[in-house]
Write a protein that binds this ligand. Structure first.
Ligand SMILES: Cc1ncc(COP(=O)(O)O)c(C=O)c1O
Length: 444
């Protein structure tokens, strides 16, 4: 199969459409069986009918390019409407607020950091070495943004609830702080930082607070609508100045689709860039990308229009019901616990008694793909409708895995890789080893 080819030259002749379809399907042979709920990350799926609608819209606009909004007012309108609908969902004032769509959570975060950096350059020229507060649980996209944009991330510890510590947050602010960040929820434990408290402290100092609701942008508002206990996290909290929310996660849009949203759209202006001296013409660019795929925008527009609030409530009530069953089941297994108090369907399972890395290894022998984490040792679950039929099977297997696992503290101490289920031997230079692995993926 194609997966076994060590090297492939550029083909002289093409394949037929039928041959190609066969090759594409064959390529999938070793992929995880996500449709049967065997993976707890990377995939967000809300049913075949939903997929069909979204994929249709994607296909309809797969060629269109929002690099030219005047050529494609269709796509420009859909982007504008997606942003408006999200601002409404997240409690922003439509008279003041604004945003853009982007290609993913990482791009949204990079753009947020750029906006605050460029505003600081314009309004606080005395800040020569800008800093941003980044809780240690915040996504590494903030570190990537800091690297790219020359904004130094200042790590802020979390407290015993795994949420950013407000006192440490306040203590970390300096005259060079241009931005503070928090998560709703953070990826590792699915807990929401104490955003009201953090916002009080940043507002006092006149510092912007960006909320990364990449995961929670849809799940948290609908959890709230379903009457679940949801801490304040969005523009309803006065000091929250910007947010990121992904359609390509719990918005059930196509991959390549996220948003960056501002309480006051004057900040968005600093996200934009204009290049005026190019022989090719003037380039005014709202986001990082040049060409902006129409399909991703149309697909997300279609997802929201197809579901409406009622449709998302129905999806999430299924997801949360499965989550509750999973968490109850896990709490009933001796030695296992849910880490912290995660309000939605992203959570970690830890233990003071059994070795969670061994639990993960044992689960994999039963054909589950398991994401492992450190601090504390835990396995990580993001629940979706794909998991509804496998809750009981999974719980039975977790019970079996925990019963046969060695005690905590005597297992291995290998590093874990985010989003990947492989691990590295203790004692290796971890960064070098993962970069070697990355290279190996391209060059064999
Ligand atoms: C909380 C959080 N922020 C940001 C990101 C980055 O998003 P993306 O992978 O779409 O770039 C993720 C991805 O899982 C995330 O969980």
């Amino acid at each position: 199969t194609d997966s076994d080819e060590p090297y492939v030259p550029f083909p002289e002749h093409g394949l037929t459409a039928g041959e190609l379809r066969g090759r594409l399907r064959a390529l999938r042979a070793d992929d995880v069986d996500w449709r049967r709920g065997r993976i707890w990350s990377l995939i967000y799926w809300a049913g075949d009918e939903h997929d069909e609608v979204v994929h249709d819209a994607y296909r309809e606009f797969a060629s269109e390019n929002l690099l030219g909004p005047t050529a494609f007012p269709s796509v420009a309108t859909m982007e504008k409407q997606v942003v408006w609908m999200l601002l409404d969902l997240l409690g922003a004032d439509p008279q003041l607020a604004g945003g853009t769509m982007t290609s993913g959570g990482t791009e949204s975060i990079i753009l947020a950091v750029k906006a605050y950096r460029d505003r600081a350059r314009a309004e606080r020229p005395e800040v020569s070495h800008p800093e941003m507060l980044v809780p240690v649980t915040a996504h590494p996209a903030f570190l990537k943004a800091g690297d790219l944009l020359g904004v130094r991330p200042v790590p802020v510890p979390v407290d015993h609830t795994f949420r950013a510590d407000p006192a440490a947050f306040a203590a970390a602010m300096t005259d060079s702080t241009i931005l503070a960040c928090a998560s709703a929820p953070c990826f590792p434990y699915g807990v929401v930082d104490p955003i009201e408290d953090l916002a009080d402290r940043t507002s006092e100092r006149g510092i912007g607070l960006h909320i990364d609701a990449t995961i929670g942008g849809f799940a948290l508002p609908f959890a709230r609508e379903l009457g679940r206990k949801v801490p304040p996290f969005d523009f309803n909290v006065p000091g929250v100045t910007s947010m990121t929310a992904d359609m390509h996660k719990y918005g059930y849009g196509p991959k390549g689709s996220s948003s960056i949203l501002y309480r006051d759209r004057s900040l968005r202006r600093h996200q934009f860039a204009a290049y005026t001296d190019w022989p090719g013409g003037i380039l005014a660019s709202p986001t990082l990308l040049g060409t902006r795929p129409g399909g991703a925008i149309a697909g997300s527009w279609a997802a929201i229009r197809f579901e409406g609030r009622a449709g998302y409530r129905a999806i999430f009530s299924e997801v949360f019901e499965a989550t509750d069953r999973l968490q109850e089941g896990i709490r009933s297994i001796p030695g296992l616990h849910v880490v912290g108090e995660p309000p939605i369907s992203v959570f970690a399972v830890g233990s003071d008694v059994v070795d969670m890395m061994a639990v993960a290894d044992r689960l994999e022998t039963r054909n589950w793909r398991i994401d492992r984490q450190r601090d504390p040792d835990s396995i990580h679950l993001i629940v979706n409708p794909t998991h509804v039929p496998v809750v009981e099977e999974f719980l039975d297997d977790v019970r079996w895995a925990a019963e046969g696992a060695p005690a905590a503290g005597i297992g291995d101490n290998r590093a874990t890789l985010y989003g990947v289920n492989s691990r590295l031997e203790a004692g290796t230079d971890v960064a070098t080893a993962v970069l070697d692995q990355l290279e190996g993926r391209y060059d064999t």
